[in-house]
Design a protein around this ligand. Structure first.
Ligand code: SAM
Length: 327
């Protein structure tokens, strides 16, 4: 299958797409870390915890042979997780051309890697596009239907305008088969807004992150105006430094219903860890990843500040209507 890149000049016309470009530039500029650099990261255990959360979601919902659509796939950090789930086909889409290139390298394996590990067992197509503007439903119609759509740590980039939030859901709904699942992780707006209310000013955080609202956006949140475009700046050491948007979950849930996507579950990451860390197969996975010490609720290797960042996120599962299969 051929590689696609999109025409940047025509894709970034108005204010919202200009902001999307800013996000894309940020992620494109982030270079691949060596193993040593990664292990030295101040948020290494948070990264491992997030990998565990994504692995649990994937293991619970993916089935052998599934066709998977990974929206905002980044550098392909989840490819191995999908491989373990023995999926049959993978399409990854990301707005950042640098990330798509890294993802391609990871998928193909560089010269060294090719000798060390076997290739991924599923065919893949990787595309550079704005998932919240492009009509992926038309563009990927030959690849559809998908059994699973995944959007990890990225759906909040669609809430800059109502049109983009709707485009995201229209794409997902059109490309999923009846009964297919939409799984993901994104910031927990309830937690962020509570922290903003408790903060003395418009900024709060700890040693590894800070969130800062402009006067204009903080005011917007507290008034009853549009729920879209509530912007804040998010900085996470060694990871993120760009504008993001609040996604009020109850509104996301109702909007998704308009696209025949019904909520199956939503959990803050803390509750998610509490629930799934008890299960032996996931305890073992946590032990292997090394995010939480022994994996028996002991957070000795994860700092309190990293654990506080985990609290800023939630996981969600939605199901496309039309068939009552359960997983
Ligand atoms: N999903 C990957 C993961 O979990 O490792 C990457 C997560 S990273 C925090 C956020 C990703 O969202 C970045 O790769 C970024 O380029 C991508 N992204 C942001 N806005 C996007 C958009 N409008 N369309 C497609 N990808 C987008």
């Amino acid at each position: 299958r051929k590689w696609n890149s999109f025409d940047e000049s025509s894709s970034f016309a108005d204010e919202s797409t200009r902001k999307a470009r800013k996000v894309a530039d940020h992620y494109s500029a982030r270079s691949n870390q060596t193993l040593e650099e990664r292990e030295a990261s101040p948020i290494i255990h948070l990264k491992k915890l997030n990998n565990w959360i994504k692995s649990v979601l994937i293991q619970r919902y993916a089935r052998r042979g599934d066709a998977v659509l990974d929206l905002a796939c980044g550098k392909g950090g989840d490819l191995i997780k999908w491989d373990k789930a023995q999926i049959g086909y993978y399409v990854g889409v990301d707005i950042a051309i640098g990330s798509i290139k890294d993802c391609r390298t990871r998928y193909n394996g560089d010269a060294d890697q090719q000798q060390r590990r076997k290739k991924f067992s599923f065919p893949a197509r990787l595309i550079c596009a704005d998932c919240y503007e492009t009509h992926l439903d038309e563009y990927l119609s030959d690849d559809a239907p998908f059994d699973i759509c995944s959007c990890q740590f990225a759906l909040h980039y669609s809430w800059s305008t109502e049109a983009r939030a709707r485009r995201a859901l229209a794409n997902i709904s059109a490309l999923l088969r009846p009964g297919g699942y939409f799984i993901g992780t994104m910031p927990d707006a309830n937690v962020i807004i509570k922290k903003l209310r408790d903060a003395e000013g418009l900024t709060f955080g700890n040693s590894v992150y800070w969130i800062s609202f402009d006067e204009e956006y903080a005011h917007k949140k507290f008034s009853s105006s549009s729920p879209y475009g509530i912007q804040y700046k998010f900085h996470l050491e060694d990871a993120v430094d760009c504008p993001e948007w609040i996604v009020p979950f109850h509104l996301f849930k109702s909007l998704a219903e308009e696209y025949d996507l019904k909520l199956v579950s939503v959990k803050n990451s803390h509750a998610f860890v509490d629930e799934f860390l008890k299960m032996p197969e996931f305890t073992e996975l946590m032990r292997r990843l090394g995010a939480l010490g022994d994996g028996n609720q002991d957070r000795s290797t994860l700092s309190q500040d990293e654990w506080d960042v985990a609290y800023l996120y939630l996981t969600f599962v939605l199901q496309k209507g039309g068939e009552s299969t359960t997983r």
